[in-house]
Design a protein around this ligand. Structure first.
Ligand code: F6R
Length: 608
């Protein structure tokens, strides 16, 4: 996630770009930069940190040119720093590029371009783009961009400036958003509509592989063969605030809907059909792994719940004993840590005080630490030995949704990685899980298409005071997460229980009408779960079931059921959590709570 903008018209470009970027800062704020053509040269100003830093710099060094591009960064390849900030240029500074996305084959391209004499100054994937454009430029910027993009694999929305064609911006998108704003004698590109709304409400919503040529003559859209594309203008009627949320009412709902993409992005280049898992950011060797006698997974809140799934999955596949612990408990319980311990910390923000303390404790005892985090350059990523980034993009709503599902994906990746190294399960089994993972994004999108039943349930239960979430095995871990989600944004008290545990006490709380959400996605535990459901039904509970398609036998036992698409039971948590996220969202709305900023909570918990 990053935000890009571009402007061409009669105004000074710099203030327009800065204003546009301010509307895109939600997409990342690790660094910001602009490039403007002025006095026959491309001038670049960029720096680490928030947009305010760039604004300060530009006060001292004002740009007056009226054509430019800008970028606000959410770091993926290369830590947040001045040199990794966009725009990136070719060596002579005659081509400038802003980019949102990931160029997956950048290493191959960088090696090739280096052999052709190109010099790289940043650690980013993006820097290959200005060099590619330079390589292919033979007098026509559009031609060069088309040729460059044909070499690029991955996702991109890019804007390109060229000194030699000073009245033109060329842009293109593939798998990353890009819109074109059309004003009177002026035009804009942006990653999102709010960036242009102060100037125009007329936009083109670009599709993949559509190229844009902006010049004094207006905007032309073409395909890769330079055939002109006749596209309808979309007239924006919503206000800027709604648009920042991509048309969704809340960031949480937007982020729930971003999960299919987040799943896909997190798997990208890690799980590749027919290939062994390669994790360039994890350097643990086979020999080191043979020495590991125990794994600790340590985290807080939702990340801890991902860890609970991680424990099961790693033990099942890699056959190493795993303990999962809450960071604030772990750090004070004198855990047995030795050089043979492998610790995995999970943290969306990478700044959670207790998780960081647990990591430091492990490092002090010479254990090896892998960090799973969503924020590049965060404290846990810097202090751990190895990092596996979750590519969820910035998560703004306090209640974690897309970060959680990507943490689950990270757990599968690590488990499979260890299993492949240890050869602890049959290759055919590993292949089956990998294939299942590669299909998960589409399955998640299917779950999101089935919201009506969840809305109806929310309408029915929003005035409840207490609820139960039940599950067995992996479903129990998902029940924990569902219960937390409901508590934190709708303030309804709820408990999660392992199905078999209920009769050891809590069943005393079940009475006529008590709402129970029962997860029954685990094939080998299905019958047992049905029995547990019967136990609460007999005592008057209203039971809403979550089961896998084809398990419609459950309808005989529950009051209502939602089905998730059929996947391997080990992968079901990624899908079964989605109805629970939606349930807490709709209940919260119905109760009039502040969904994105629930009371008493903060996105990053940097105190213990
Ligand atoms: C709940 C939630 C929290 C976080 C927890 C850890 O929706 O978001 O429970 O999961 O505070 O935060 P990170 O992952 O940033 O360490």
């Amino acid at each position: 996630m990053c935000g890009i903008v571009g402007y061409l018209g009669p105004r000074k470009a710099s203030p327009v770009l800065l204003e546009g970027l301010s509307k895109l800062e939600y997409r990342g704020y690790d660094s910001a930069g602009i490039a403007v053509i002025e006095d026959g040269k491309i001038k670049v100003e960029k720096c680490k940190g928030r947009l305010a830093n760039l604004q300060e710099k530009l006060k001292k060094n004002e740009f007056t040119g009226s054509i430019g591009i800008g970028h606000t960064r959410w770091a993926t390849h290369g830590e947040p720093s001045n040199k990794n900030s966009h725009p990136h240029t070719n060596e002579s500074g005659t081509i400038a590029v802003v980019h949102n996305g990931i160029i997956e084959n950048y290493i191959v391209l960088r090696d090739w371009l280096t052999s052709e004499g190109y010099k790289f100054v940043s650690d980013t994937d993006t820097e290959v783009i200005p060099h590619l454009v330079d390589y292919y430029y033979k007098g026509d910027l559009l031609d060069a961009v088309i040729k460059a993009t044909k070499k690029m694999e991955g996702s991109y929305a890019i804007g390109v400036l060229l000194k030699n064609e000073p009245d033109k911006i060329v842009a293109v998108r593939k798998d990353s958003p890009l819109i074109v704003g059309v004003g009177e004698n002026e035009s804009f590109i942006a990653s999102d509509i709010p960036a242009v709304l102060n100037y125009t409400r007329d936009v083109y919503l670009l599709d993949d592989n559509e190229y844009v040529v902006m010049s004094g003559e207006g905007v032309t859209l073409v395909d890769e063969n330079k055939n002109v594309i006749d596209k309808e203008i979309f007239h924006v009627t919503w206000d800027a605030d709604a648009a920042e949320k991509g048309g969704y009412d809340h960031f949480m709902l937007k982020e729930i809907h971003e999960q299919p993409k987040a799943i896909k992005d997190t798997l990208t280049s890690r799980i590749v059909k027919g290939e062994k898992i390669k994790l360039d950011s994890i350097t643990l060797t086979k020999e080191q792994l043979q020495d590991v006698d125990r794994i600790y997974i340590v985290a807080c809140g939702t990340a801890y719940h991902a860890g609970v799934i991680g424990k099961s999955v790693i033990e099942k596949l890699a056959k190493v004993p795993v303990e999962v612990d809450i960071a604030s408990e772990f750090r004070y319980r004198d855990p047995l840590i030795t050089e043979k311990t492998l610790m995995i910390v999970i943290s969306q923000s990478g700044e959670t005080a207790d998780t960081l303390a647990a990591l430091r404790l492990a490092k002090k005892e010479n254990a090896r630490v892998i960090a799973v985090t969503n924020v590049v350059g965060s404290s846990v990523s810097r202090e751990a030995d190895d990092v596996l980034y979750t590519w969820a993009g910035p998560e703004i709503a306090v209640a974690s949704t897309k970060a959680y599902v990507t943490q689950l994906i990270a757990m599968y990746i690590i488990a499979l990685y260890l299993a492949e190294m240890k050869q602890s399960v049959r290759e055919s089994e590993i292949k089956k899980i990998k294939d299942g993972l590669l299909n998960l994004s589409e399955r998640a999108a299917e779950v999101l298409n089935n919201k009506e039943i969840i809305k109806k349930l929310a309408d029915k239960i929003y005035e409840e005071k207490d609820m139960f979430f039940l599950g067995r095995g992996l479903d129990y871990a998902v029940a924990m997460e569902g219960s937390l989600k409901l508590k934190e944004i709708s303030y309804i008290h709820s408990e999660s229980y392992a199905g078999g545990e209920l009769k050891h006490g809590p069943i005393a709380l079940i009475e006529d009408g008590t709402v129970v959400i029962a997860l029954a996605t685990q094939e080998d535990l299905f019958e047992k779960m049905v029995s547990n459901v019967k136990e609460v039904k007999t005592r008057g509970a209203y039971v809403f079931g979550i089961a896998m398609e084809e398990h419609d036998y459950i309808e005989k036992t529950v009051d209502e059921v939602i089905y998730i698409p059929r996947v391997m039971p080990i992968l079901a948590p990624v899908l079964s959590v989605i109805p629970l996220q939606l349930l807490s969202y709709y209940v919260s709305i119905k109760k009039g709570c502040d969904v994105d900023k629930p009371r008493n909570l903060a996105k990053s918990v940097t105190v213990e």
